[in-house]
Design a protein. Structure first.
Length: 328
């Protein structure tokens, strides 16, 4: 995270106060205010608004500088003074200030202490805060959140740290891939006898991987968007129903495809049953692995892909060959 972002996260209003602002008495006329501005205009840091105080120096209202040119010079400012003023205290967070500015269409927000005006938060700081909040929301809606990292912008993450954060998950996947190759080798005789069994392994693995990736991506996005509002029990049941229907559709498609192309309905049933079962298990593993990674405070955007994918592939291959060996 950049230095500017870190400073904004501290949310200390004092750091962003502008104190050189035009303040006049509430019984002042337009002519007097114009005269004041002409004399010391170069001493103000901002003249977006002019603030009015009473005889006790309490803030009583504000008005746009344009009002000075829209009214006769002998007009008292009380005539167009906005007495309903949105104010904040020194304890208010910057995000709250930005929210108030957007809600009330204000360029700056006055800061008061015991009804006394002590400064304003400028439009520049409000804009920076809004931009930062929007940036976070865009990342969250994309399913990207790195709460466990010290950085939010991937371009600012040191090269070796980025490699270190990603490498462990990929190593787990590599070990799983080696195991898959070894496991398939155990069925060499069955593969040699029924070559069609081996030819559909990539298809089944692809379908399982694609379904698992869909589930992971949608789940990570929903976690980011809904957060605590997400009812995991209902969500899990719905995903399982979706997975079941998808598995059933592809199981039927695979059965008829193999039967028509190879004329082997028995083998087609075995392969389609293995595919159906694998897709059901993939739905379960993709959901649970992503949830576990989230529960252990890791970033599911980094971990769910490699880990859930290799576990899905492992489960797919194991189930596929177990069903084949049992039923062939």
């Amino acid at each position: 995270m950049g230095k500017k972002q870190k400073e904004h996260k501290q949310n200390k209003i004092e750091k962003y106060l502008i104190t050189k602002i035009p303040i006049v008495k509430e019984n002042t006329t337009v002519k007097s205010v114009l005269s004041l501005l002409e004399k010391i205009s170069n001493k103000y840091d901002s003249v977006d608004y002019i603030y009015a105080i009473d005889n006790n120096d309490n803030l009583v209202g504000m008005f746009y500088i344009q009002e000075l040119f829209n009214n006769p010079k002998n007009t008292p400012i009380k005539k167009f003074l906005q007495k309903s003023v949105v104010t904040i205290s020194l304890e208010t967070e910057l995000e709250k200030v930005a929210h108030l500015a957007l809600k009330h269409n204000l360029k700056q927000i006055p800061v008061v202490k015991s009804k006394k005006l002590i400064g304003v938060v400028s439009s520049r700081e409000i804009t920076l805060t809004i931009n930062e909040a929007l940036r976070k929301d865009i990342f969250h809606f994309a399913g990207i959140h790195k709460s466990h990292l010290d950085f939010e912008n991937s371009l600012e993450i040191p090269l070796f740290k980025a490699v270190k954060d990603r490498l462990p998950w990929l190593i787990v996947g590599f070990i799983g891939a080696i195991f898959i190759a070894f496991y398939i080798g155990l069925f060499e005789e069955t593969i040699a006898k029924y070559l069609i069994i081996a030819s559909f392994v990539p298809t089944v693995i692809y379908l399982s991987g694609a379904l698992g990736t869909q589930i992971q991506t949608v789940f990570v996005r929903d976690l980011a968007i809904l957060g605590k509002e997400l009812n995991l029990k209902i969500y899990f049941l719905k995903q399982m129903v979706i997975g079941f229907l998808i598995a059933l559709i592809f199981g039927v498609l695979m059965f008829f495809s193999i039967s028509l192309l190879y004329g082997m309905p028995n083998i087609a049933f075995i392969i389609s049953l293995a595919s159906f079962t694998s897709l059901i298990v993939t739905t379960l593993t993709a959901f649970l692995i992503t949830l576990l990674i989230k529960r252990f405070k890791f970033d599911p955007a980094l971990g769910s892909g490699p880990v859930a994918t290799i576990i899905s592939d492992l489960a797919t291959v194991i189930i596929y060959f177990i069903i084949v060996v049992l039923l062939i």
